[in-house]
Design a protein around this ligand. Structure first.
Ligand code: ATP
Ligand code: MG
Length: 301
């Protein structure tokens, strides 16, 4: 039996395996200065799932993402999309980028057009949509991300958080099948942070595959279906959030903090406030529900 049958979704019964939509196979990559950023990276991204890539600074997350939409070409190994090796000719790359959208970690690297509307319409126009269609798609994402008011503003006058939202809108306007976001919530205020996550959930519910890197362990724990941990250019672990964040040795090796829900759930179990055999809560709501359900068990010594 494939091990994924046991671990996917925490082993809650047999489920059919999701399809692999994007894959890195033994990818090797060194920058021109000789920095070996990826050392034989192999991982699979499952269709319509939410995958988090976590790990310390310099682990290779951004470099891997740049391979996923063909900005960087591996020195060895390959990237596969939808069952085929990706090509690096203009037409193949255009097709890949229509399907696999990458939102950069630093929006200043991504944004280049004069104003916000031009920036967001560029992708759809580049894919061959008419001016009217491109504008309509741009306006739809601007409304969802609450940036309609910025449409005529030069992008270089925006705050960093606003630039992040414009960069995301510019990719979403192309309606990709896979959305890759490098640190999507860094620099956002807490309201925008929540809006972005709610929005990602909405598009994920509609079948869009979401891949993101983050240093926010609480976000990765609560929100990802599956997690890859990278360090020094290699994948050092993978699994469902419950298994990754209860692996003390791994957390130490990857220099990761424990999500607060894991800390709290483990402490409550240790103290007899929650039964040891129930799964750890994944959300604040689950934790409160557990406390309501098992409140009668409180037996602190
Ligand atoms: N343009 C570049 N030229 C040379 N080395 C680079 C370049 N970009 C990245 N690197 C190196 O490649 C390695 C991986 O960097 P990368 O940006 O992919 O890490 P990361 O996991 O995204 O880190 P962070 O969490 O800080 O975003 C690092 O050692 C980095 O110094
Ligand atoms: Mg990075």
């Amino acid at each position: 039996m494939n091990w994924l049958y046991l671990s996917w979704f925490g082993g809650r019964g047999l489920v059919s395996l999701p399809e692999v939509i994007l894959e890195a196979v033994d990818v090797e990559f060194a920058f021109p200065d000789g920095a070996r950023a990826l050392k034989g990276v192999s991982l699979q991204i499952y269709q319509s799932k939410k995958t988090a890539i976590i790990g310390p600074n310099g682990a290779g997350k951004t470099t891997l993402f740049q391979h996923f939409n063909g900005i960087l070409m591996p020195d060895g190994g390959k990237i596969r999309f939808d069952g085929r090796d990706i090509g690096y000719q203009h037409a193949s790359l255009l097709n890949l980028r229509k399907n696999v959208g990458l939102v950069f970690q630093d929006p200043d690297t991504q944004l280049f057009a004069g104003n916000v509307l031009q920036e967001i319409s560029f992708g759809p126009l580049n894919l061959g949509l008419s001016k009217e269609e491109a504008r309509s798609q741009a306006e739809q994402v601007m409304a969802v991300l609450e940036i309609e008011g910025l449409k005529d503003k030069p992008t270089h006058f925006l705050s960093y958080g606003m630039k992040k939202r414009v960069a995301l809108a510019a990719v979403l306007a192309m309606r990709p099948r896979v959305l890759i976001c490098d640190e999507p919530t860094a620099w956002l205020d807490s309201r925008q942070n929540q809006r972005i996550i709610d929005f990602f959930q909405k598009i994920n519910d509609q079948g869009v595959t979401v891949v993101f890197s983050t240093h926010d362990v609480d976000l990765a724990y609560t929100w990802a279906d599956y997690i890859y941990v990278m360090k020094e250019g290699a994948v050092i672990a993978s699994g469902v959030p419950e298994s990754i964040f209860q692996n003390e040795a791994l957390l130490k090796e990857a220099e990761l903090n424990k999500p607060w829900l894991v800390e709290m759930g483990q402490a409550l179990k240790r103290n007899g406030c929650l039964p040891g055999e129930i799964p750890l809560p994944r959300t604040k709501e689950e934790l409160l529900g557990n406390l309501m359900d098992y409140g009668g068990m409180v037996n602190v010594q």
